[in-house]
Design a protein around this ligand. Structure first.
Ligand code: ADP
Ligand code: ADP
Length: 226
């Protein structure tokens, strides 16, 4: 479960002379439960790739399949964590985490139990009634992670989630993410421009370049985690 197959993917932005090729002939596979990082310089197409997998953007050509079925827009099988947290400022921690479950029509009791479980998982028990503005950056990102985990996507898509945090905080969140990934056995696709972070976290690191006309995914590095 949570297998992603990308076949001959291309993505252009704009038209005519303004046309930018963000993704060019990209094919690769991610196994269910695998932790993959995608690294590369700014502008190489990392975010575009992530938002294509999320279904927020449509491919110009090619397909993305999850467990053999081509995606058609966003779905609850894929959850996204953004660099800027994207929390609802008018909702408490608890209400932020229950949001996706309300949308999904989960009954109230179950919603509350599930939300509490993920709040505990990211070590935010006791902060349920705080508003985002009362929290540090690290705590906000943990709320965002809990909110995404709460609707139990098979695939977790993370776009530079720790990019706005200072180094000690980054390291503590990296360790927390490794623990959560170990417990939940979800597929993780982690975008970063920080090679060290990618190597620390992942089982496999994929490297993209920015040079036009070159193959986007240049190298894959498998890291032995056993
Ligand atoms: P990265 O995440 O690696 O920094 P992006 O996926 O954001 O790269 O961008 C890849 C390329 O596509 C860049 O050349 C960028 O300028 C371009 N691009 C990204 N989004 C848009 C957009 N909405 N309209 C036009 N060009 C875009
Ligand atoms: P981390 O996100 O790794 O826990 P932080 O620097 O965000 O690191 O916070 C460290 C701890 O300090 C938190 O776990 C929390 O107990 C406490 N803390 C941080 N910000 C606040 C706040 N606004 N209100 C109450 N406690 C806080």
């Amino acid at each position: 479960d949570g297998n992603v197959t990308i076949s001959n993917l291309e993505k252009f932005y704009g038209e005519g002379a303004e046309r930018t090729k963000a993704i060019e002939d990209l094919s690769f596979e991610i196994d269910g439960g695998e932790f993959v990082s995608v690294v590369g310089p700014s502008g190489c197409g990392k975010s575009t790739l992530l938002y294509l997998i999320a279904g927020f953007l449509d491919a110009s050509t090619g397909t993305i399949s999850v467990d053999g079925t081509p995606i058609d827009g966003p779905g609850t099988d894929r959850g996204v964590v953004f660099q800027d947290y994207a929390l609802f400022p008018w909702r408490t921690v608890f209400e932020n985490v229950t949001y996706g479950l309300e949308e999904g029509g989960v009954p109230k009791d179950e919603r509350q139990a599930t939300a509490q479980r993920y709040i505990d998982m990211v070590d935010l028990d006791g902060f349920e009634d705080k508003y985002p503005k009362e929290l540090s950056g690290g705590m906000k990102q943990r709320v965002a992670l809990a909110r995404t985990l709460a609707y139990e996507p098979k695939i977790l898509l993370m776009d530079e989630p720790f990019g706005a945090l200072d180094q000690p905080l980054r390291e503590s969140l990296q360790d927390q993410l490794i623990d959560i990934w170990g417990d939940l056995e979800k597929t993780v696709v982690f975008i970063t421009h920080d090679v060290e972070e990618a190597v620390y976290l992942s089982e496999r690191v994929m490297i993209m370049t920015r040079h036009p006309g070159t193959k986007k995914m240049v190298t894959e590095v498998d890291l032995d985690r056993s």
